[in-house]
Design a protein. Structure first.
Length: 212
């Protein structure tokens, strides 16, 4: 049986390779009910741990977030509602649609948009409570996590293994992110990744059922 390489080629005009581990590594199915544990440098509870560093926000996403500020602001902690939500420095990055990104502010060791009375992202919560589509507003990099991309490759975020959600049974990283991939990059990429998934899973050892 041929071994699956560390990097697998795919048929897509933008993305050339994928880390095949996205088709076999698992993630908790519902992160909002998971009691997150941060494993580095030592294990301790840290809810919404994957959002601790803030995130990169495409300039178009930043403008879309600010356009929804009237819905998002009341959900945030009172002392954060009227402060700057984003770092002032703009970083130029060709991988993003606008070619440039800013980072969300970090407050109390977590993204500013975590600072409300419930778990999870205030942007996503506002979309649910106010009935609007979070696509194009909630940052794409957050929607894809723990998948990411760089240059012409679909990869796994470096910090994925640091969180307890990576060490429980659940859907594969690809299956949990498949809809977001389609929304952000289009169905052509999903078709290419579906083909790669079939190749990877077809190479897995076949396990016979245990008879009682």
């Amino acid at each position: 049986m041929d071994a699956v390489p560390e990097s697998l080629r795919i048929d897509h005009p933008r993305f050339v390779t994928v880390d095949p581990a996205i088709f076999t590594k698992k993630l908790v199915g519902d992160c909002m009910t998971h009691a997150c544990q941060f494993l580095v440098p030592h294990q301790h509870e840290k809810l919404d741990a994957c959002c601790q560093y803030g995130c990169d926000v495409d300039l178009a996403e930043r403008d879309a977030i600010l356009a929804k500020a009237a819905d998002i602001r009341p959900l945030l902690r009172a002392d954060l509602q009227d402060r700057e939500w984003f770092e002032s420095e703009v970083e130029y990055d060709k991988d993003y649609p606008s070619g440039a990104v800013v980072r969300t502010q970090v407050v109390d060791d977590g993204c500013l948009f975590l600072r409300h009375d419930l778990r999870g992202c205030a942007i996503h919560r506002a979309s649910i409570e106010k009935g609007w589509d979070f696509r194009g507003v909630k940052p794409a990099i957050c929607r894809l996590f723990p998948l990411s991309y760089e240059d012409d490759a679909i990869v796994i975020a470096d910090e994925y293994e640091e969180y307890s959600c990576a060490h429980v049974d659940g859907p594969t990283l690809y299956r949990i992110s498949r809809d977001a991939i389609a929304d952000i990059f289009g169905d052509e990429l999903v078709r290419a990744l579906d083909a790669a998934e079939a190749q990877v899973l077809g190479a897995q050892p076949k396990r016979l059922p245990v008879l009682g």
